[in-house]
Design a protein around this ligand. Sequence first.
Ligand code: SAM
Length: 233
Amino acid sequence: MILSEEEWTKVIGVDLATHIVTLQSYVESFPHQSPAMATARRTSLEFGLEPVTLAVAQTLTWLATTVQAKAIVEVGTGAGVSTVALMDGMNDHGVLTTIDHEAEHHNAARRALQMAGYAPHRTRFITGEALNVLPKLTSEAYDLVFVDADYVHYPDYFEEGLKLLRPGGVLVLYHVLLNGQVADESHIDDDTIMLRDTLDVVRAMEDVRYSLAPLGDGLLMVTKVATQPSPDA
Ligand SMILES: C[S@@+](CC[C@H](N)C(=O)[O-])C[C@H]1O[C@@H](n2cnc3c(N)ncnc32)[C@H](O)[C@@H]1O
């Protein structure tokens, strides 16, 4: 059952809009931000990019730790806010492969990782079009795939990302709510439709488990279910 705004307000006992703002600001002010991440965030904003929010960065760190990530793929490095977050949660010997078509963004991310104290051999920077790079990576070899790039290719990133995951690995897509547009049927531009289609595909799948969280601009987390060996095998 989907509740109207009025019904929600009755359930929670306060005005829904105020409640959401209070919750969001608390959740976003909760995480600690390292100096390296703060620097990467400043550079991102200078480039005119939209880096992951603090709460999303914290979730990425937590997820990388939870899946004991040794191998991660990131699509959309930007100036490295999410890259630092993923490295913060990864296994100490893990390697992160990060893809972006802008060399300038990669240089900024390299500086952020150096400031955070990560050895250069732990990050593989691939400068190029994500859709050309992803099919060349090894299938079922990664614990976590994070996507934060051009929305119009999200259905392809989803398909390619799933192929790269080991069973039990997690695919994370950012910006899936696109400023709320995805939830508002009056928006019918290409980006919104592509994101809505991606969510519908995930919802219809049987061999995944997922969570759609209203963190930052919307975080979709999808786990590829590990198939159980049959008892007769
Ligand atoms: C929003 S920014 C990523 C921000 C980053 N995840 C962070 O939290 O700091 C999106 C990035 O995706 C890159 N990008 C967009 N389309 C791409 C494509 N088709 N192939 C590779 N990179 C792409 C852009 O150059 C940009 O750096």
